[in-house]
Design a protein around this ligand. Structure first.
Ligand code: PMP
Ligand code: GLN
Length: 387
């Protein structure tokens, strides 16, 4: 029996969450908040159920929600996606990413991903019969405190076989974001090519220091070739609802919907009706960056009293912390010890590398999630300071 995905095991997020439970460790690993969505939003879900929204909604999603997403995207990024044909509601960003890759990547196509890379892209490309082409980021140095995209290497990786470039900014796990200058470079790189951009923008509302999120939807030259993916889970503290969406031109969306309709057909009716109403108030997403920035600062400042050295996170609800002053163990070994012996769970950054066990994939960095109550962060910091 030959596996279609011989290199895939249980995800690092499941593995570490299970280990945390087993050892009753404080879980700063898998990315989810330890607080609840707004009670008003929960009330709207309840109301939607009582109103009878409990059967299959339209295949591409509840029209009112698609309309609200289109309005929001237009307000933020100044491009109007047609809710009828260019917006689809999916089961989290995960389903949107998988459907986009399965719909567009053909056997023999090359797809460029940037490493460190979120865990689902490479297996999805392989399932579609494509070949992942891994472009490493530039490592932090004396001048730059965090990783950077090596655009020259992205440019060099593009050839006649390249079908797609997968981007994820704000970036999990490094927390780096794109600037307008990056968008300029990207536009130049893909001009005159047929390359699609699959842009995973699930952390679009979590950017720090007054920076603005640079969505592909801001540039007409990128819109025509981009599939933009986002997730309500990150923005509304509801990762367990698995509600997300994607945006693309009608021609491309037509293909993505063919896969979507045979993957899940459609998703959770009451949550969609509730989100359609809740989205009308911009405050929750416009205030989210400040909310998480103070949590980032809380964790980063706390770590200054420990031997962990935080890297500067510009977005997402993660930061990387360097433990080279504490241990020389590879990351996978260190995070195990951290859970079992010290009661704090983190994700090894090496899990975001194609070959996690290789020496060059180990940088003595762990990813910590700060989407937690300050009391949780305090408790974790107390333990981390003991190392
Ligand atoms: N992409 C990235 C970069 C993520 O970090 C995550 C989840 N944390 C997802 C996609 C999946 O999002 P969802 O839970 O909405 O499927
Ligand atoms: N994306 C989340 C993270 O990076 C995990 C989602 C999952 O467990 N698949 O932590």
């Amino acid at each position: 029996f030959q596996s279609k995905l011989p290199n895939v095991g249980t995800t690092i997020f499941t593995t570490m969450s299970q280990l945390a439970l087993q050892h009753q460790a404080i879980n700063l690993g898998q990315g989810f908040p330890d607080f609840s969505p707004d009670p008003k939003l929960i009330g709207l879900v309840h109301e939607a159920m009582l109103q009878g929204h409990n059967q299959y909604p339209a295949m591409p999603g509840v029209p009112a929600l698609r309309e609200q997403i289109s309005l929001k995207v237009n307000k933020l990024y100044d491009h109007s996606y047609n809710p009828e044909t260019e917006v689809t509601i999916t089961s989290g960003a995960t389903e949107a990413l998988m459907c986009s890759i399965l719909a567009l990547v053909r056997s023999g196509d090359e797809v460029i991903v940037i490493e460190p890379v979120y865990d689902l892209y490479i297996p999805a490309i392989e399932l579609a019969g494509g070949t992942p082409v891994v472009v490493p980021m530039l490592a932090p140095d004396a001048q730059h405190g965090n990783y950077r995209v090596d655009w020259q290497r992205v440019r060099d990786a593009i050839n006649a076989k390249t079908r797609m470039l997968v981007l994820n900014f704000p970036h999990n796990p490094t927390g780096i974001i794109l600037t307008e200058n990056d968008l300029d470079i990207l536009e130049a790189i893909v001009a005159d090519s047929g390359v699609f951009i699959l842009s995973d923008e699930v952390y679009e509302h979590i950017v720090f220091g007054n920076a603005l999120h640079c969505s592909m939807a801001k540039r007409s030259a990128l819109i025509e070739r981009s599939i933009i993916v986002s997730s309500f889970g990150k923005t509304y503290h509801a990762t367990g609802w698995k509600l997300g969406y994607c945006l693309a031109t009608a021609t491309v969306m037509h293909e993505i919907r063919k896969v979507h309709q045979f993957t899940v057909f459609t998703v959770y009716s009451p949550m969609q009706y509730a989100m359609a109403q809740f989205l009308q108030d911009p405050a929750p997403y416009t205030e989210l960056s400040r909310f998480y920035e103070s949590k980032r600062d809380y964790l980063a400042n706390g770590l200054k009293n420990s031997r962990f050295k935080p890297l500067l996170s510009q977005g997402t609800f993660f930061l990387l912390a360097d433990y080279s002053g504490i241990s020389t163990e590879p990351e996978a070994v260190f995070v195990r010890q951290l859970t079992v012996e010290h009661g704090v769970t983190a994700i090894p950054m090496s899990a975001f590398y194609q070959n996690p066990d290789a020496a060059e994939s180990n940088h003595q960095l762990i990813r910590l999630c700060f989407a937690k109550e300050n009391a949780t962060l305090d408790a974790a910091l107390d333990r981390l300071k003991e190392l």
